[in-house]
Design a protein around this ligand. Structure first.
Ligand code: ADP
Ligand code: MG
Ligand code: ZN
Length: 478
């Protein structure tokens, strides 16, 4: 049933950058170390200390902006966002408000109905993260400032999404891009990719947006969808009863699957933003932007199109292979060596993926290199071995670092295609199974499978299936 309300969603995503050091000092950004071991006067907010902007953070912001078709500001400002919280020692967060580094971008998503949709990206700005409060010891809370000053990009979308499914499609796409770019490790549980969802409803046909609620910091795609779906129902109930939605910040409770009010929504002016007097305006030259543009990797979308076009594989295969950059690189290298796009995609998505899963290894550490696997696949194509024997050879390669040919020779795995060698084996089988032979000749043709099975058993799978069939049919019918 079509609801009488249209859902409107805009997302703010905080992406934690993979730089080794923090945004305004030289402290390490590593996760999970001894509390406060990665701090200095700057990130502790000690009086008199001065921030210096990390160039790498700007590089990453530009890279992300270019990948999402933003325009890059030649001049942008870092600003103080003032508020008090115990995890923020300076009493303000350095962020950007006016003149952010990137603006006016977009991301294409496929809606669940299979239609292409363009979601606007309002802005991408740089900012520092706050520290973390530890509430583990009961009455007293402690502060860990290792995370203070960790570099973040905030990526703000236009309110262009119309369902929780579209919101998830957008988030997954964005997640894939920042991980592809290498600017974010993409770890949702550790908070490297966090999302605030703004949700409102309006009667269908109405032009103005309704009042939104902002759902804070939810750390899994599934929970984001749950939170939005709950929020849509909650607001629909309010509107149905003639009530008004109030603008507020709400928290999602994973246990109950509901959202609850946290605080009234603050506005930008509540924060008394002003340009940080300790930081000069950031000037980005055309040359700098060009340099970053040249380092832009091929993104999933383009890769998928190229795989389909150049290697002739189905779009589904291309999407699976391109989902992760390392897998795509592996496949690319494999096809370049071997040539048969579909045979290669079957193997990467099949045997290679299975073996990696079993051993818990990432593709980048695959013990069978693309060149070695190509050597194996060539032997399937030239009929030296069957696909089934190839799996056996692959397992041996996995464990030994040897190439396919030496394993095939050593273990005597060459396929037997020579009719002269197959005939005596068939004769032996027919002689041993006179009843089945009689039944076959009386019309029970599906017994052919039985004879093939026997022959495979005797030859340990090495008989060439085509040659085998030819001899069998000749002997049985002749
Ligand atoms: P903040 O939340 O920090 O005040 P903005 O006012 O820029 O920042 O809005 C943040 C997000 O809220 C954006 O992603 C925007 O698309 C989304 N948004 C704004 N108005 C609505 C609305 N009526 N319904 C849903 N999302 C909205
Ligand atoms: Mg917000
Ligand atoms: Zn520091």
């Amino acid at each position: 049933m079509l609801s009488k309300y249209e859902v409107v969603i805009g997302l703010e995503v905080h992406v934690q950058l993979t730089t080794d050091t923090k945004i305004f000092c030289h402290c390490a950004t590593r996760f999970g170390n001894q509390p406060n071991s990665q701090t200095c006067p700057v990130c502790l907010g000690l009086p008199g200390s001065l921030p210096v902007l990390n160039k790498k953070v700007v590089d990453y912001a530009i890279l992300t902006g270019l990948a999402t078709h933003c325009s890059i500001a030649s001049r942008s400002l870092l600003a103080r966002k003032n508020y008090f919280y115990p995890d923020l020692p300076k009493g303000y967060q350095i962020s950007q408000l006016e003149l952010p580094i990137c603006e006016h971008g977009r991301l294409e998503i496929d809606s669940p109905e299979g239609e292409r949709r363009t979601i606007g990206i309002t802005r991408i700005h740089m900012e520092e993260d706050a520290g973390k409060l530890l509430h583990d010891s009961g009455a007293v809370s402690r502060v860990d400032l290792n995370r203070a000053c960790t570099p973040l990009l905030e990526i703000v979308s236009e309110p262009d999404m119309r369902s929780s499914d579209e919101a998830i499609a957008y988030l997954k796409k964005l997640h894939q891009i920042v991980v592809y770019l290498g600017v974010c490790d993409g770890n949702l549980e550790e908070g490297s990719f966090r999302c605030d969802a703004n949700v409102s409803l309006r009667p269908r046909g109405q032009k103005e947006f309704g009042t939104r609620a902002e759902l804070k910091n939810i750390n899994s795609f599934r929970f984001i969808k749950q939170a939005i779906d709950y929020e849509v129902e909650r607001q629909a109930d309010i509107l149905d009863e003639g009530g008004r939605v109030i603008q507020e910040t709400r928290l999602f409770d994973t246990a109950s699957g509901t959202t609850r009010s946290m605080r009234g929504k603050e506005e930008a002016h509540d924060y008394r933003y002003f340009p940080d007097p300790d930081l000069v305006p950031l000037l980005v030259s055309e040359d700098w932007i060009e340099e970053i543009r040249n380092s832009l990797p091929e993104l999933p979308e383009t890769k998928i199109d190229r795989f389909v076009r150049e290697y002739g594989i189905p779009r589904y295969d291309a999407e699976v292979l391109a989902a992760e950059r390392a897998t795509a690189d592996y496949y690319d290298a494999l096809v370049k060596e071997q040539g048969n796009g579909k045979l290669c995609s079957n193997w990467v998505m099949g045997e290679v993926q299975r073996a990696l899963n079993d051993s818990g290894l990432p593709v980048a550490e695959c013990p069978v290199a693309p060149r070695q696997l190509a050597g194996l696949l060539k032997r399937i194509e030239d009929n030296t071995i069957s696909g089934k024997i190839a799996k056996q050879v692959f397992d041996a390669m996995w464990k030994s670092d040897r190439d396919a040919d030496s394993i095939i020779e050593e273990q005597g795995l060459r396929q037997v295609s020579d009719l002269g060698a197959i005939e005596p084996i068939i004769d032996q089988i027919l002689a041993a199974n006179p009843e089945q032979v009689a039944e076959f000749r009386a019309g029970k043709e599906k017994l052919l499978g039985f004879f093939v099975g026997q022959a495979m058993k005797l030859t340990k799978g090495k008989a060439n299936p085509a040659a085998l069939n030819e001899v069998l049919v000749k002997r049985l019918k002749g």
